[in-house]
Design a protein around this ligand. Sequence first.
Ligand code: GDP
Ligand code: MN
Ligand code: MN
Length: 255
Amino acid sequence: MNLNAVTVPDIPLIESGDDLAEIICKRVALQDCDIVVVASTIVAKAEGRIVRLQDISPTKRAIAIADANESDSGFIQAVLDESVETLIESPFLLTKTRRGNICVNAGIDGSNVDGDGDHIILLPDDPDKSAKNMRADMLSITGKKVSVVITDTNGRAFRDGQIGVAIGVSGIRPTRDWRGTCDLFGDVLEVANEAIVDELASAANLLFGEGCDGTPVVVIRGLDLYAESDGIGSLYFPESDDVIRRTLLTAKDEK
Ligand code: GDP
Ligand code: MN
Ligand code: MN
């Protein structure tokens, strides 16, 4: 088996209103079944999701959390505004974003954005929709059926270090279900449901880098994963099945 992953060259600094599908398709000859992996930072930039800290009025709650976490109160307010639920408040903010991803600081940060440290980038408003639109645009520009995976760099529970994860997908199923198939010895697999879009996100993130590389788009070729399927929803546990979320909420209530 063989997998090919390449960065798309010469992507400019992205600004609000830029057409990412057009920018990408001009720089790479897409083929059917390609998986186009795009860092959420540039999707957010194209969607104008940049905010100035000085324009945010923090509430008392945001100021208190900022004091406890030695963070900026405007930044904390932005995180709270993008979140529907707080699972950990201190020493860092772990929240559930409006679109269901649970991550530190609602995926907001100030890296790779211009503006003297006063500008922060929110996640795209609806990453699944962004992926769906990009896939449709790429189909109409090139005639090729590709999958789109939008990523962010997230930390993990239990382990140091961050990796790329998928936060919006289109043209691919989030998981590859092995349940019901057999292992090497004929025993039926009962649990294995592989989070392939996260594996793809991590592979691409290896090539993106986190700093000044300027390579926010990777095309992965050689896998047969295209599907007329949209959305990452099935990757996020329904609340009733999310044992860790429930445990964190109980611990927070008891504080
Ligand atoms: P995130 O993981 O989505 O939060 O994005 P990062 O801030 O880690 O950036 C991922 C990659 O995208 C890095 O190689 C950055 O240098 C690059 N990047 C970020 N913004 C831009 C941009 O506007 N243009 C280009 N060409 N690269 C960018
Ligand atoms: Mn990020
Ligand atoms: Mn990153």
